[in-house]
Unconditional design. Structure first.
Length: 230
């Protein structure tokens, strides 16, 4: 994160003016900048009910069945899936909201993989009984951005968004944040209510988000901390 100078109450007016001028000078770059060649569309352009987000353990969105008491596998048809977000990430009435205690234990990791590509992930234990979309005895299944018919994703067109440039400025004690959202190229998510377990990973390298292990369970697909979910 890049942070502008933080003018205190005793700061000179000229410093405040400098901060505002610098902040405003960045707006054309942020507004009109195009993604790098090969990058996916901006996360902000995604339909809010067809997106996943992995910012941290409290700020995330996942795909869940759209309708109540549905097995994951039975939800995998057009219109059968929908974005559900944590309270901190929820941004649209088109999204469902996950209960704040959905995870009983969760670990967030992010960084650069051994393939020299970005990733962000959540792994851990869930309380499936807190979300009425799920059946507590369901063996679970997988959602992803690059599988399904024609590799279009499941749900089709879904993507993972993450904040790659955040500029925070303070002027006259009002905070202004601009987030430049750029989609990761891939994501994979498994929800396993019967094992009280879930995982989601967003990545830029296809092989960091394997799709062929969908029946093998979270620990095989996404290496991470799964505590003792049983």
């Amino acid at each position: 994160m890049f942070k502008l100078l933080d003018p205190s109450a005793s700061a000179l007016p000229s410093m405040r003016s400098l901060n505002l001028a610098f902040f405003l000078s960045l707006l054309p770059v942020i507004i009109f900048a195009k993604p790098a060649v090969g990058a996916n569309e901006l996360g902000a352009r995604q339909k809010p009910d067809n997106i996943v987000i992995v910012n941290d353990a409290n700020n995330f969105c996942m795909i869940m069945p759209r309708y109540a008491h549905t097995n994951i596998g039975d939800s995998e048809y057009t219109g059968g899936m929908k974005t559900y977000c944590s309270p901190a990430a929820h941004s649209s009435p088109d999204q469902g909201q996950l209960p704040p205690d959905f995870w009983s234990n969760v670990e967030f990791r992010s960084g650069i993989s051994s393939r020299n590509a970005r990733y962000a992930q959540l792994t851990g234990c869930i309380r499936p009984e807190t979300l009425d979309r799920l059946n507590t005895n369901d063996g679970g299944g997988q959602y992803d951005s690059s599988g399904g018919a024609g590799g279009a994703g499941n749900p089709a067109g879904s993507k993972c968004s993450g904040c790659v440039l955040c500029i925070l400025s303070e002027f006259e004690k009002n905070f202004i944040m601009i987030a430049f959202l750029l989609s990761y190229k891939h994501y994979v998510e498994l929800v396993e209510p019967g094992d009280k377990r879930a995982c989601i990973k967003c990545c830029d390298n296809y092989d960091d988000c394997p799709l062929h292990l969908d029946t093998s369970g979270c620990p095989k697909v996404i290496k991470g901390n799964y505590f003792n979910c049983s």
